[in-house]
Write a protein that binds this ligand. Structure first.
Ligand SMILES: [Zn+2]
Length: 294
């Protein structure tokens, strides 16, 4: 173990096709909710036993639609002591929704996830980290709906879809009182770069990722690791029409995903987001006083 700083491990629970529908063209024949659900169920079950073996608890950001389609996987995740959080209703970028659509989707998703899991839902992560300068309004709606924290902001300026450049890194309280746990970044030549999740976690050499987690922890800053079920489990649809570039970007190291992840999870201390916020007394009083919380 590195020092006393704990990190968070999170899973954005969605299928491969719905995850990428807004990123590149996927032919109609691959779009099937049943197949997507089968893939999610297999992969999440794999991750649950994988985490059980490593004795690690994580935060699972579920799409609200999964509470309708495959509720048992949410019940099982909660039963094993992981935190249940919300990843919107369907995998649609927030800045493409109206405020009313967003509010209705999230209210419904939060309630469904709470009813199915029997636990309170405190946290939110936007699909494709889509709380950007164009959709900052979403943070007030999250606060209004009783969320305690958001983990959607990527403090980077180089991605074509997401990111807010030169914004605060590290856990902080937003002006409206909501906690923000931004996605982790590393500083290289004065630029903030992503390194701790998804494709970045697969594409970078592990030594680089671990070096920056260690560096961050030595300053007392927790890191946020995130993965998708298909990056760790065995089920990932092969879409032959994808370009070589896309194939590399989306499939590289998926086969060895669990081995790489196991190494990182063993090298550092991890817990759920809500546990980390409570331990650091970020949300202590709010947890006791918030009437929306069971
Ligand atoms: Zn997602």
């Amino acid at each position: 173990m590195n020092n006393n700083t704990k990190n968070c491990f999170s899973v954005d629970v969605e299928g491969f096709v719905e995850s990428n529908l807004q990123s590149f063209h996927i032919p109609e024949k691959y779009i099937s909710r049943d197949k997507e659900n089968y893939e999610i169920e297999k992969n999440v079950n794999f991750i649950l036993s994988f985490l059980d073996n490593l004795n690690v608890k994580g935060t699972f950001f579920f799409l609200g639609r999964i509470a309708q389609d495959i509720p048992l996987i949410i019940k099982e995740t909660a039963k094993q002591g992981h935190e249940i959080a919300c990843h919107s209703y369907e995998h649609k970028r927030i800045f493409g929704l109206t405020e009313i659509e967003f509010k209705e989707n999230i209210l419904y998703s939060k309630k469904s996830l709470e009813d199915i899991s029997g636990t309170a839902v405190y946290g939110f992560r936007a699909p494709d980290f889509s709380i950007t300068k164009a959709s900052l309004w979403a943070l007030d709606i999250l606060k209004e709906l009783g969320f305690l924290y958001d983990s959607s902001i990527y403090p980077i300026g180089l991605h074509d879809v997401y990111g807010i450049e030169n914004t605060e890194t590290g856990i902080h309280t937003l002006p409206n009182g909501l906690m923000e746990f931004p996605l982790s970044t590393m500083e290289v030549f004065g630029k903030s770069l992503p390194f701790c999740g998804g494709g970045y976690f697969r594409l970078y050499p592990l030594s680089i990722t671990e070096h920056f987690i260690r560096k961050s922890n030595s300053n007392g800053s927790p890191c946020m690791i995130y993965i998708h079920p298909y990056e760790v489990g065995n089920e990932i649809p092969q879409i032959s029409e994808m370009s070589l570039y896309r194939r590399f970007r989306h499939y590289y190291n998926c086969k060895d995903g669990y081995k790489r992840l196991a190494k990182t999870l063993k090298s550092f201390d991890f817990c759920t987001v809500i546990e980390l916020l409570k331990e650091n007394q970020f949300v202590d009083l709010k947890l006791q006083n918030n009437s929306n919380i069971r």
